[in-house]
Design a protein around this ligand. Structure first.
Ligand code: NDP
Length: 615
C-alpha cells in the first residue's frame, strides 16, 4: 500500500501541509476568547436592546388589534420556512384548523426580516426554495435574491390558504401546558390567550439577532442597525442596492460572515467611506449565478425537486457528485477529495483522515488564490485570506465582495489581534488604539444560531406539572426523533437547530420533519388520541443512540474532532465546544438520509412506538 505523503509530496501539492497546520492553529489560538458565547449581548424581548434590534419592524406600520382568546387544533409558532412547510404538510394530510403566529407582518421568517442589499440564498434555489412543485414555480435564477424568495413565501401562503388563519406582528411570550383541559395555552405580547391541542415550534435558527458585547456598545451617538432590520429610511435604496442616502456618510460594518459578504458590495458602492471591521475572514468562493434555462425547466418531471434535494445532500456528504452539481461551489471540497482518492486508490483506510485534510487544504488554497487574483493591494489580500478548514465556518460565495476592497473609499480594518473591536465610543469605533469616526455602524454580527436553546428561542415553555423545558434539558436536549420531549405532550419541536447540521440545505431537513409531524398528528386524530407524549424510556433510548453514533463527512467535520481545531464561531460555540453534548443531542449524526429512513421506518411500523397515548 502507498502512503499519502508518497503520492502527494509538498512539491506536487504546491503547499506545505505542516506549515498550513501550524498556521491554522496560530490563527485559531489568537481568536479564542475566554468569554466564548458570553461575549455577545443577548437581545431578549425585555432587554434594553429589544425594540431597536428585535421588536421594531422597519418594514411595516404598527398594528392595533384586540387580544385573541380562542382555541385551534394546531398552532404553529413562526411563519418562516419551518412553520409554512409544517402547515402545508398538515393541510395536505387533512388537518386544516391550523394557525400560524408570526412576529413579522408577513410570511417568510428570516426572509421577511433579512432584506439587506444583496441578500441571496447561497444554496441553489431549485433545492432550497420549498414546495416548488406544489406551487408550480420555477425560480428565475440559480441563486435567488431575497425579494424573489419573499415573494415565494407569499406564494406558499396563498397556495395553502395560510393567510386566512395567520396572526402577524405578534411575539409569543409563553407556552404552558394545561393539564385539566389537555391544551397548550399560548400567551403573546398582545395579551392573547390562544389554546391549541397541538403546538409546533417553528422559530428557526436565525430568529434572534445578537450584538457583539463591545465595551461602549451603547454609547455611540450616531446611527446603528443590525443587518436583519436594515434601515432603508437611513441608507436609501433597496435590496437591489443604490443606497443613495449614504453618499455623504462614513459607515462602519462589524462582522464579515455570510451576511456581510453579501451586503458589503452595496455599502462600498454607495457610502462616502466604508470601514469593514474584520475579526475572521470568510472563505469567499465563486458564485457564478445564472438565469434558469427555460428548456430545462420545461423538461422537469414530477418529483424532480425531492430527487434533486436528495442528490444535493448525497453529494455534499461525500457521495457521488451528480452532473448538475459539478460546477457548484459547495462541492469543490468533495470534488477535490474524490480526485485525490482516484490518484491514491490503494492508500490504507487509516490514512483517509490525512487525505481528507489534504483535500481541504487544497480547496482552501484555491479559494485563497482567488483573493490574490482579485485584490490589488497584497497586504489587504493577505488579510482577506481564510486560514481554517472550509467547514469550520459557513462557506460563502460572492463575485463582488473581494473586488470591493479595490475601491478607494473602502478600508479593511483587521481586528484579529485584539480578538475583536476594542471599543465603541460616542463618535465611532476604536481599533489598535485608533478611533474611526463614523456616522453609522451596521452590525453584521449574526444570530443566536447555536446558543443554548433558551437563548435562541426566548420563549418560556412549561409542560406537565409546570416543568420548564430548559430545566428538562439541563444536561443536553432530550427528545425522541429530535421532535418530542417527555413531559411536553402534543408539542413538536420543528426545525430549530436540529436539522441544521444534517446538510447545508436546511429546507430539505425541515420538510422531512414536517411530513413526519403531519403523519403523527393525523394518526393521533384517527385514533382519537387526546394526549400523546414520549415515554421516558423512549426518550432515553434516543439520547443513548445519539451519543453513541458516529457521523459521516460534513457532520463529523462540524461536530467532531476538527471543531476543536477550528477558528471560533457559532459552529463550535466560539471555539470552546462547551455544549458539545447538547449539539450532538440536537443533531442526527448519521446524516439526513439516515434520519429520514428512521422516521419512515417508524411510520411504516404504524405503532406510534415510544408514545404514551391517552384517548
Ligand atoms: P455570523 O455569525 O456568521 O457572523 C458574525 C460576524 O461578526 C463574524 O464575522 C464575527 O467574527 C463578527 N464579530 C462578532 N463579534 C465581533 C467583534 N467583537 N468584533 C469584530 N467582529 C465581530 O453572522 P451572519 O449574519 O454573517 O451569518 C449567520 C448565518 O446566517 C450564516 O452562517 C448562514 O448560515 C446564514 N446566512 C445565510 C445566507 C444565505 O445565503 N442563505 C446569507 C447570510 C447568512 P468572527 O467570525 O471572528 O466571530
Amino acid at each position: 500500500m502507498t502512503k499519502v505523503e508518497e503520492v502527494f509530496p509538498p512539491e506536487a501539492l504546491g503547499f506545505n501541509p505542516e506549515e498550513l497546520t501550524e498556521r491554522y492553529r496560530h490563527e485559531r489560538d489568537k481568536r479564542v476568547r475566554d468569554d466564548a458565547e458570553s461575549q455577545f449581548v443577548e437581545v431578549t424581548n425585555d432587554s434594553a436592546y429589544a425594540n431597536k434590534y428585535l421588536a421594531d419592524d422597519p418594514y411595516a406600520d404598527p398594528l392595533e388589534r384586540d387580544p385573541i382568546r380562542d382555541e385551534r387544533d394546531v398552532i404553529i409558532i413562526g411563519g418562516g420556512w419551518v412553520g409554512m412547510m409544517t402547515a402545508a404538510r398538515l393541510i395536505q394530510a387533512g388537518i386544516t384548523d391550523v394557525r400560524i403566529v408570526e412576529s413579522g407582518a408577513d410570511f417568510g421568517g428570516t426572509w421577511y426580516w433579512n432584506r439587506y442589499p444583496g441578500a441571496q440564498c447561497d444554496i441553489e434555489s431549485y433545492s432550497y426554495l420549498p414546495l416548488l412543485e406544489e406551487t408550480g414555480y420555477i425560480p428565475k435564477l440559480r441563486y435567488s435574491f431575497a425579494p424573489e424568495i419573499q415573494e415565494h413565501a407569499q406564494r406558499i401562503g396563498n397556495h395553502f390558504d395560510l393567510y386566512k388563519d395567520a396572526v402577524f406582528q405578534t411575539w409569543v411570550t409563553g407556552l404552558d401546558w394545561d393539564d385539566r383541559s389537555s391544551r397548550w395555552v399560548i400567551s403573546t405580547n398582545r395579551g392573547d390567550e390562544m389554546k391549541a391541542r397541538y403546538v409546533c415550534l417553528g422559530t428557526g435558527p436565525a430568529n434572534r439577532p445578537r450584538l457583539p458585547g463591545i465595551p461602549g456598545v451603547d454609547t455611540f451617538k450616531g446611527h446603528t442597525f443590525h443587518t436583519c432590520r436594515w434601515d432603508y429610511e437611513y441608507t436609501g435604496g433597496s435590496p437591489e442596492g443604490n443606497l443613495d442616502r449614504l453618499a455623504d456618510k462614513t459607515v462602519a460594518i462589524i462582522g464579515t460572515g455570510a451576511t456581510a459578504i453579501q451586503c458589503v458590495p452595496a455599502l462600498g458602492e454607495s457610502a462616502k467611506q466604508l470601514y469593514v471591521f474584520q475579526r475572521t475572514p470568510s472563505s469567499v468562493d465563486l458564485r457564478n449565478n445564472s438565469e434558469t434555462d427555460p428548456e430545462w425547466a420545461a423538461s422537469l418531471e414530477p418529483g424532480w425537486q425531492a430527487e434533486r434535494q436528495k442528490r444535493f445532500g448525497e453529494t455534499l456528504l461525500g457521495g457521488p457528485v451528480y452532473p448538475e452539481f459539478e460546477d457548484e461551489g459547495w462541492t469543490r471540497f468533495v470534488r477535490n477529495l474524490q480526485e485525490m482518492m482516484a490518484q491514491a486508490d490503494d492508500i490504507p483506510m487509516e490514512e483517509m483522515g490525512e487525505l481528507t485534510q489534504l483535500a481541504d487544504f487544497k480547496t482552501m488554497e484555491q479559494i485563497r488564490s482567488r483573493v490574490d487574483e482579485t485584490v490589488k493591494d497584497p497586504e489587504v489580500a493577505e488579510k482577506l485570506k481564510a486560514f481554517y478548514n472550509q467547514f469550520c465556518k459557513r462557506p460563502t460565495f460572492n463575485d463582488e465582495y473581494l473586488d470591493t476592497f479595490n475601491r478607494p473609499n473602502v478600508e479593511l480594518v483587521d481586528v484579529s489581534d485584539t480578538k475583536g473591536v476594542e471599543q465603541i465610543t460616542e463618535r465611532g469605533i476604536v481599533a489598535h488604539g485608533k478611533e474611526y469616526e463614523v456616522d453609522c455602524i451596521v452590525y453584521a454580527s449574526g444570530f443566536e444560531i447555536t446558543s443554548s436553546y433558551q437563548r435562541r428561542i426566548g420563549i418560556p415553555i412549561h409542560g406537565i406539572d409546570g416543568e420548564s423545558i430548559y430545566e428538562h434539558w439541563d444536561e443536553g436536549m432530550r427528545s425522541m426523533h429530535g421532535l418530542m420531549a417527555h413531559g411536553f405532550p402534543n408539542l413538536f419541536l420543528c426545525g430549530g437547530i436540529f436539522v441544521f447540521h444534517l446538510g447545508a440545505n436546511y429546507c430539505y431537513g425541515v420538510d422531512v420533519q414536517a411530513e413526519h409531524v403531519a403523519y403523527t398528528i393525523s394518526e393521533l386524530n384517527k385514533r382519537q388520541v387526546q394526549v400523546a407524549q414520549v415515554s421516558a424510556e423512549a426518550e432515553q433510548r434516543w439520547v443513548e443512540d445519539q451519543l453513541s453514533g458516529d457521523g459521516p463527512g460534513a457532520v463529523q467535520l462540524i461536530l467532531g474532532g476538527q471543531a476543536d481545531s477550528c477558528t471560533p464561531g457559532y459552529y463550535n460555540q466560539e471555539g470552546t465546544h462547551e455544549r458539545y453534548r447538547d449539539v450532538r443531542l440536537e443533531s442526527y449524526t448519521k446524516g439526513l438520509g439516515a434520519y429520514k429512513r428512521v422516521l419512515e421506518q417508524w411510520r411504516e411500523d404504524g405503532e406510534l412506538e415510544g408514545l404514551d397515548l391517552t384517548l
